[in-house]
Ligand binder design. Structure first.
Ligand code: SF4
Length: 400
């Protein structure tokens, strides 16, 4: 049950651009080959800041999922779903809101930052304050132990870990826990039971982390245990109560180095983007008219690639030989800027061509996308329901 699992989501903001591709999607494509992955459209998150303008959300969702597929996210490897189609996220959010101290939410670093950044919007709402809690519910409901985040989002993962700890501490102490755990040990079989006791003693008496790791590995392998017993034994191993929610770990991802056409961060609000699946001619035109080193006013002026946004594209798209050609040609005024941009245009077009090809079947038949998402929602919902049964049980809401 506590198998490795990656969870990551994206707000539906419509068509994606190269910044999303290099910052997030390329990493998703890599992760899907390494772990079971759940990728979701965070449509409720979009409403925390755009509650007054929900009209575009639906179209944005489908455009975005087509971009994911175009970028190489593979539904046979990863589960793709929409947050609001799995209402258990909202239930866990609500139940956790009962035990989340208000101060914890107010102290989340992005709370004040975002309010200041989006000063034109009225974000003094309950939904916006609770947004980190919703994010925690998204993670905890799948017992996802790997959350890809940039450094700036680490506090969110830590917040989620604290919440899981608080929840387990508060509700994981079921009556007769110790007796139930001992009964569960017997179900491991005599050899495994003996090893489990040995690993538990090593960890609890000597603080031996290897003992803890071995105990966890043993539980992962023990197929015959029910979910409830497995949770008890995880908790008993660590010396706590029943572990209901799993503390996630962060998978630190490098910040995207993809600059916009003007050298600033690529962002729709700066109007400096290249969209995924953009038509060849406008795309080439955008790169041809990109800013360059301001010192190169005339063709005969020498330039410095480090002061030129085009160079950042070469760093991402060109091989060493091309990069040497650029450096020498720019510094000696041996090449012109249009000449310098040509390999970038070709490389981006090539990348886009593969994306357009992958997207075409979904554009021809949008029902394919609907059915991928419907399947993903079913799979995600089953996992979420499994957790919610334990959560309801622990909070006295199972009514069985
Ligand atoms: S030659 Fe290339 S790197 Fe140099 S200023 Fe022109 S576009 Fe930029």
């Amino acid at each position: 049950m506590f198998a490795e699992r990656v969870l990551s989501g994206m707000r539906p903001t419509g068509r994606l651009h190269l910044g999303h591709y290099h910052g997030v999607l390329k990493n998703w494509v890599k992760l899907q080959a390494e772990y079971p992955c759940l990728f979701f459209v965070a449509d409720w998150h979009a409403l925390t800041t755009d509650y007054d303008n929900p009209k575009g959300i639906e179209n944005s969702v489908w455009d975005m999922v087509v971009d994911w597929l175009a970028a190489g996210v593979d539904p046979s490897q990863a589960t793709i779903f929409i947050q609001s189609r799995v209402p258990e996220h909202a239930e866990l959010h609500l139940l956790m809101s009962m035990m989340t101290p208000l101060g914890w939410l107010e102290r989340v670093p992005t709370y004040k930052d975002q309010q200041e950044k989006l000063a034109s919007k009225d974000l003094s709402t309950y939904g916006f304050l609770g947004y980190p809690l919703l994010m925690s519910a998204d993670i905890l409901i799948y017992r996802a132990d790997k959350v890809p985040v940039g450094e700036d989002q680490l506090p969110h993962v830590e917040f989620t870990r604290e919440l899981a700890r608080r929840f387990n501490h508060m509700y994981g102490r079921e009556p007769g826990f110790e007796e139930k755990a001992k009964e569960a040990i017997k179900k491991l079989g005599s050899k495994r039971a003996r090893l489990y006791e040995e690993f538990r003693t090593r960890f609890q008496q000597n603080g031996d982390d290897e003992g803890l790791a071995l105990g966890k590995a043993l539980l992962e392998e023990a197929q015959s245990l029910s979910h409830g017993d497995r949770e008890r034994l995880y908790g008993y191993l660590e010396g706590g109560g029943k572990m209901i929610l799993v503390e996630p770990g962060a998978l630190l991802t490098e910040a995207s180095r993809m600059p916009g056409l003007d050298g600033q961060k690529m962002s729709k609000s700066y109007g400096n983007t290249i969209f995924l699946r953009e038509e060849a001619e406008p795309l080439a035109k955008k790169i041809r008219t990109m800013q360059t080193d301001p010192a190169r006013v005339r063709r005969t002026d020498a330039g410095d690639p480090e002061r030129c946004p085009v160079w950042q594209f070469h760093v991402l798209y060109s091989d060493e030989t091309t990069r040497n050609w650029v450096t020498q040609g720019c510094k000696s005024a041996g090449i012109g800027c249009l000449e310098c941009k040509q390999p970038v245009i070709e490389a981006v077009l090539k990348e886009q061509e593969a994306m357009r090809e992958r997207a075409q079947p979904y554009l021809d038949d949008p029902s394919l996308v609907r059915s991928i998402v419907a399947d993903g929602c079913d799979k995600a919902r089953k996992l979420a329901q499994e957790t919610m049964r334990e959560v309801r049980d622990a909070m006295g809401l199972s009514y069985s």
